[in-house]
Ligand binder design. Structure first.
Ligand SMILES: Nc1ncnc2c1ncn2[C@@H]1O[C@H](COP(=O)(O)OP(=O)(O)OP(=O)(O)O)[C@@H](O)[C@H]1O
Ligand SMILES: [Mg+2]
Length: 311
C-alpha cells in the first residue's frame, strides 16, 4: 500500500534555529494521525514542507507517492492544508473564495463543483454566510472558511494545523463530525492541536515532536499504556509543598501533581508521606492517565515513547 505521507531524514534550519532535525515519519493511507508538540517544535515547518512552501535543507517528502519537490504539482493536488495562520482575501465573499480556490486546482464550474461547495458550506455551518464578505466574518468563521478551502479539490490527504484554535465548542463538534466522516470515506487526516483531549479521542496514531525531532511515535492506545495504569492527581493547599521524595516521581501540570502507579496499594504510602510532611491537600483524584500526562512526561525527556522511535 502507498503511504499517504512519507517523510525521510528531513532537516530544515532557519538561521540559528534547527526547526527540523532529521524527521522520519510515515502516515499510512486512511489513518487519522496526530502531530503534537510544544510551541516551536517544528509542526508547522513540517506541514509547510509537505505543501512545498518551505525548502528543505535535506531529506525527502512524498505525498501519495509524489515527491513534493520533483513532482510538486501532483503532490500539491493530493493535499488539502488548513493553515495555522488566518490568511484570506478581503475582497471576496465566502463562496467566491471557494470558487477561486477550485480554479487553482483546475476545477471548472459545473453542477458537481457547486454542489460540493454547498455541501462543504452546510457541513461547516457556513451556508448563511456564503455571500458575506470575508472581511465581515468573525475569527472563528474565517477559520471555517480555511477548512472549506482545503477541501474543495477533494484531496485524499487532509492536513489540519490547529484548526480549532479560537473556534467555539459547537463548531468544534460539527467540524470533527465532518472530518471523521471524510476519514471514514477514506481520506487520510493529519492533525496538529494543542487540545490533547481532541487528539486522544480522534487520532489512531500520534507522533510527538520536540525541537525538530520525533520523540514519541505510536498508536494512541500504546502511548497511553506506556505511561502506567493509573494516575493519582494531587493539588496541595496554597503554600504547601510536596515532600522531596514525591517530587521526584511527580509531574506538575498547572499546580496539580500527577503520580503514576500500577497497583492501588501504592497509594497508601504516598498519603502517609504527605501526612508526615504536613502537606495538606486541596484536591485528590484517582484516574486513568490521559494524553496530557504522556505528553508532559515525553516533553520532559524522561521517556522516548513508542516502538517506532529510533534510538
Ligand atoms: N520563516 C521562519 N523564519 C525563521 N524562523 C522560523 C520560521 N518559521 C519557523 N521558524 C522557527 O522554527 C521553529 C519551529 O517553528 P514552527 O512554526 O514549525 O513550530 P510549531 O511546532 O508549529 O509551533 P506552534 O505550536 O507554536 O505552532 C521555531 O523556533 C520558529 O521560530
Ligand atoms: Mg505551528
Amino acid at each position: 500500500m502507498t503511504s499517504a505521507i512519507h517523510v525521510q531524514q528531513v532537516t530544515k534550519r532557519f538561521g540559528s534555529v534547527q526547526a527540523l532535525a532529521g524527521v522520519d515519519l510515515e502516515v499510512r493511507e486512511g489513518e487519522f494521525f496526530g502531530l503534537l508538540g510544544p510551541n516551536g517544535a517544528g509542526k508547522t515547518t513540517l506541514i509547510s514542507a509537505l505543501a512545498g512552501l518551505v525548502r528543505l535543507d535535506s531529506g525527502h517528502i512524498e505525498v501519495m507517492g509524489c515527491d513534493v519537490i520533483a513532482d510538486y504539482r501532483n503532490a500539491r493536488r493530493q493535499l488539502g492544508v488548513v493553515p495555522q495562520e488566518l490568511v484570506f482575501d478581503p475582497f471576496f465573499s465566502v463562496r467566491e473564495t471557494l470558487r477561486i480556490q477550485c480554479g487553482y486546482f483546475g476545477i471548472r464550474q459545473s453542477r458537481e463543483r457547486d454542489a460540493w461547495i454547498d455541501e462543504i458550506l452546510e457541513n461547516l455551518d457556513l451556508t448563511s454566510k456564503a455571500d458575506a464578505n470575508m472581511r465581515a466574518l468573525s475569527g472563528g468563521m474565517k477559520r471555517r472558511v480555511l477548512v472549506a478551502q482545503a477541501l474543495v479539490h477533494r484531496p485524499p490527504v487532509i492536513v489540519l494545523d490547529e484548526p480549532t484554535a479560537g473556534v467555539d465548542v459547537e463548531l468544534r463538534q460539527t467540524l470533527w463530525q465532518f472530518i471523521r466522516r471524510l476519514n471514514r470515506d477514506g481520506h487520510t487526516v493529519v492533525l496538529t492541536t494543542h487540545y490533547l483531549e481532541e487528539a486522544e479521542s480522534l487520532c489512531g496514531r500520534i507522533a510527538m515532536l520536540k525541537a525538530g525531532r520525533v520523540v514519541a511515535l505510536d498508536t494512541t492506545a500504546n502511548l497511553l499504556r506506556s505511561f502506567s495504569t493509573h494516575a493519582l492527581r494531587l493539588k496541595p493547599m496554597l503554600g504547601a509543598t510536596l515532600p522531596t521524595a514525591l517530587l521526584r516521581r511527580a509531574e506538575n501540570k498547572e499546580g496539580v501533581w500527577t503520580i503514576a502507579f500500577d497497583q492501588f496499594e501504592e497509594i497508601e504510602p504516598v498519603l502517609a508521606e504527605l501526612r508526615a510532611a504536613g502537606c495538606s491537600l486541596d484536591d485528590l483524584e484517582i484516574g486513568k492517565p490521559d494524553l496530557e500526562d504522556v505528553f508532559v512526561r515525553v516533553m520532559r525527556g524522561k521517556v522516548e515513547a513508542g516502538a517506532e522511535v529510533r534510538a
